[in-house]
Structures are given as C-alpha cells and as structure tokens.
Design a protein around this ligand. Structure first.
Ligand code: ADP
Length: 276
C-alpha cells in the first residue's frame, strides 16, 4: 500500500491536516453496504494570513475537507488542528466563520439583524452588536442596505451580507464553500476583487472551495489541487502573483502560466475532462 509521508510539523501552522482520511459508510438501494473514500491520506499545513483555495471536480472531497476542519464531521483516521486546538475545541471556541454556497440568510430578519445573529447567540451587548454589524456592513459595502430584507438584495449582495455575518465575531479563520458559484461571471469577478481587498484589510486566513481555475489563481496565495476516486490532494501550487491584484492581474502572462499548471495537475489526476 502506498503511503503519503507526513510532513514535519510547522510551528507557525494555524491549520494542520495530518494524514486525514474520510470514508462515508452508506447503503445502496438494495441495502448492501457501500463505502466512499471521500478523502485519502490528506496532509496540509496552512499559516495565518494565507488565502488557500481547494480546487477540483465534483466529488473530490473539497467540501468534506472543509466540513472536517469545521468539525461538522469527524475523520475516519488522522488528525486536524486549528490554532493548536482540536477541530472540536476550535469549533467550541468559535475560531472560524463559515460562508455557504447559498447565502442562508433569514428572510424575516433585516440585513443588519442577520449580521447580528451570531453576536446575539454569543451574548454580545446590543450596542456592541450594532457597532460590529455597522462596521462589517461598511466593510462589504452594504451600509446603505442595513434595514433591507435579504429578498430585496441581488444574489451578489446577499453573499456580501453572509460574508459580513461570518466576519462579525472577528474569527481569525474563514471557510468559504463556493460562495460565488451561483453568481454570474461579472458579479463574481467583482466580488473576487472585493474579497481580496477584505482579506488584505482584515488579515484573515481564508480557505475557499471553488471549481473555477481563474478564480483560484486570482484569489489564492496557494492552490490545493484535488482529484477524485479516491478524493486526494494531488498537488499544492504557490501563487506568486504580486499583491494587490486587480483586473490586469488576470491578463498577465504569469496568471496564464499558473492557470496552466493547475489545469495540468487536474489532468494528471484524471480529474479533468480533456477536450483538446
Ligand atoms: P466535493 O465537495 O469535491 O464535490 P464532497 O466532499 O462533497 O466532494 O464528496 C466527496 C465524495 O464523498 C463524493 O463521492 C460524495 O458522493 C461522497 N459523500 C459526500 N458526503 C457524503 C455523505 N454524507 N454520505 C455519503 N457519501 C458522501
């Protein structure tokens, strides 16, 4: 059996994934036991302040890795740690914010009330909740829409509101599961730019799931290329494009070189349909 060497621990790692495998055990329609190896021998160390994208085709274990880190599920083997804590302790300490593919805002609460919700749950005082919500809404450019309801906003604005909500209690780490996947290309490119500004201004660590090669290259400091059957980390690619990035970044020769490298890695893992 092939084994992946475990890297030596890095003292500066905020997130550490060590030899993690995840096997889902279910049953097929006839009732026979079924096993899916969603993630096999994953190793990953992430430093504070990085912007990491997880990229790969459907079924390669991206969401599984994010859900393991968020302690929404537990690994079949291996260990995960966040800030030196177990994933469970990190969840209990509210060490991260989570942005889902769908904005998941409550329709009966205003944008401001949605952003304040996690602060209410955590017992922040009313003035503190209002001050933080105002600050976060300003950060995502929604200060004029605080009193609107989610259904009065465009899809892109709703996603901004859910980002503000994830940032409200000031976690160091943000998980984002294809937050812009359902948006049109132009809105998505604008939000990519906004997200990079936000990342620079706040110094957060972001782990971002995407299907899009240009999105991953534009946003990330490193790209984790994943391939399916079984889900595994195929390669980790450094993105050395200078910061701050802007629309011209997407037209630079280096951008295309890195995009090609990502595409080649996906092909190498047979995770990418080659149409040439
Ligand atoms: P991705 O996010 O890359 O699309 P996932 O992590 O959602 O991939 O899924 C990886 C594999 O695990 C897929 O084959 C998927 O069908 C399977 N899987 C995901 N969640 C479950 C579950 N709760 N029960 C059984 N199988 C699952």
């Amino acid at each position: 059996m092939q084994t992946t060497p475990i890297p030596s621990p890095r003292a500066d790692a905020l997130v550490s994934v060590r030899d993690v495998s995840m096997i889902y055990r279910t049953r097929d329609p006839s009732g026979a036991a079924l096993q899916t190896v969603a993630l096999k021998d994953a190793n990953l160390e992430i430093k504070a302040g990085e912007f990491i994208s997880l990229i790969g085709p459907s079924g390669c274990g991206k969401t599984t890795l994010l859900r393991l880190l968020a302690d929404l599920i537990q690994p079949s083997s291996g260990t995960l740690s966040i800030g030196g804590k177990t994933a469970q302790a990190a969840r209990e300490a509210r060490a991260y914010g989570y942005v889902f593919q769908a904005p998941a805002l409550f329709e009966w609460r205003t944008v401001q009330q949605n952003v304040m919700l996690p602060l209410e749950i955590m017992g922040f005082s009313k003035p503190e909740r209002e001050a933080r919500a105002a600050q976060m809404l300003k950060l995502v450019g929604l200060e004029k829409f605080a009193r609107n309801y989610p259904w009065q906003l465009s899809g892109g604005m709703q996603q901004r509101a859910s980002i503000a909500r994830a940032l409200a209690f000031d976690p160091q780490l943000i998980f984002m599961d294809e937050p812009f996947g359902a948006l049109d290309e132009i809105t998505r490119e604008n939000l990519n730019l906004e997200l990079l500004r936000l990342w620079r201004e706040t110094g957060k660590t972001i782990i971002f799931v995407t299907h899009s090669i240009p999105e991953a290259v534009f946003l990330s400091t490193r790209i984790v290329v994943m391939t399916p059957r079984p889900g595994k980390i195929e390669k980790i690619i450094d993105v050395d494009l200078p910061q701050p990035r802007d629309f011209e970044t997407r037209e630079s020769a280096r951008f295309f070189e890195i995009a090609t490298e990502v595409r080649e890695s996906l092909k190498h893992g047979h995770g990418y349909e080659v149409t040439e």
